[in-house]
Design a protein around this ligand. Structure first.
Ligand code: SF4
Length: 363
């Protein structure tokens, strides 16, 4: 069945590309769009702004300059490069995908959309972006920016969070996408990032204003239609900064779920009071010489909001000895298995997510 292309999408490519060539921001992965750079930058840009990604991208590429070095990267070193960028599963998926590229594609990032889709961490948007930007394949790359721009251009009231709407936009753009597909896709994204902004569209600067139906009908602020997101779940947690002789207890999170496999300060569901903390120390065989409440903090994930309280527990000298291993008197129930790290190791060796930064020891 022939795809119906809503007006004015069949007329946008020329004015859009002219504008993009004059206004495009210089970005390292744009100035040198080799497939590896495009892939790494697209993964970093998922959920993260360009300005925040820049220093991470530069550091990442300097440390792991190609697919083979990424495939061989040490997990802790990889997490260290990603520390602070959030959504750590992206880094783990990058490495898994690099291994798959080495094994199944002789180290060459595939050009084909369906082959790209098989890589861990690569969805339809990212596959379209890599194949078009790195290889000029005529595949659309439809992200939130592009959906917004298209909804406004066509004055569409379809909910842009629905898969059906995304597919319809992909199908329509696949018909109109020009030969320089990578430039076209980047121009659409750039227009959404710089001009057709979510809250205040800058229609007077827009190269497509004369074609735009939302602008003609005064609907810029009403569109696009989005179903309201579910509220975040709020969870109270108590974080422990356990210190002995200048070393601090950390634990590794399970390999699945939130912040999988990363290191953390020991923490528990619920807000614990002093009596409960003292009881926990007793059950774990710890002899605190001081227990001090730390300031409250918050950390927001996509679907969960942590409301954190913290306690700084200084242990008496009774537990001196092998600081790398948890003392034999700890049992698994009150505390997870602990590793002890010096202050410098906490920042230089272990990847501790920003969720715990409010409770990290300061120098
Ligand atoms: S004219 Fe305004 S609403 Fe239409 S695409 Fe341009 S910036 Fe967006």
């Amino acid at each position: 069945m022939k795809t119906k292309v809503p007006a004015p999408l069949d007329k946008i490519s020329r004015p859009l590309l002219r504008w993009f060539h004059a206004r495009a921001r210089s970005l390292p992965w744009r100035d040198d769009p080799r497939p590896y750079y495009v892939w790494v930058s697209e993964i970093m840009l998922q959920q993260t702004r360009v300005a925040a990604v820049m220093p991470y991208f530069t550091r990442f590429i300097a440390a792991l300059p190609d697919v083979s070095s990424l495939a061989a990267a040490d997990d802790d070193a990889l997490m260290k490069l990603w520390e602070g960028l959030g959504y750590y599963s992206r880094a783990r998926n990058l490495k898994k995908a690099a291994n798959l590229i080495m094994e199944e594609h002789s180290g060459v990032i595939p050009k084909d959309f369906d082959a790209l889709l098989k890589l861990p961490g690569v969805g339809r948007y990212t596959a379209g972006a890599i194949s078009s930007i790195a290889y000029d394949a005529r595949t659309p790359a439809v992200d939130g920016n592009v959906l917004r721009v298209v909804a406004r251009l066509t004055a569409s009231r379809e909910d842009i969070l629905r898969d059906k709407t995304k597919r319809a936009v992909e199908d329509a753009l696949a018909v109109v996408i020009p030969k320089d597909a990578g430039q076209f896709n980047q121009a659409m994204m750039e227009l959404g990032a710089l001009v057709c902004l979510p809250r205040a569209a800058r229609c007077d600067e827009c190269p497509l204003a004369a074609l735009c139906r939302a602008h003609a009908e005064g609907l810029e602020t009403e569109l696009p239609v989005k179903t309201p997101k579910k509220e975040r779940r709020v969870e109270a947690r108590t974080v422990l900064l356990i210190e002995q002789d200048g070393r601090f207890a950390i634990a590794q999170r399970p390999q699945r779920g939130l912040l999988a496999g990363l290191w953390e300060l020991p923490n528990f569901a619920g807000e614990k009071n002093r009596a409960e903390i003292l009881a926990l120390c007793k059950r774990a065989g710890l002899s605190p010489k001081s227990v001090r409440r730390m300031k409250a903090a918050r950390h927001i994930f996509t679907h969960i909001e942590w409301h954190l309280s913290g306690w700084h527990i200084r242990l008496s000298d009774a537990l001196k000895g092998s600081l790398r291993e948890p003392p034999a008197s700890y049992d698994a129930a009150p505390l997870p298995p602990l590793t002890w790290a010096a202050r410098e190791e906490l920042s230089a060796v272990y990847s501790i997510p920003t969720a715990f930064h409010a409770y990290m020891p300061t120098s």
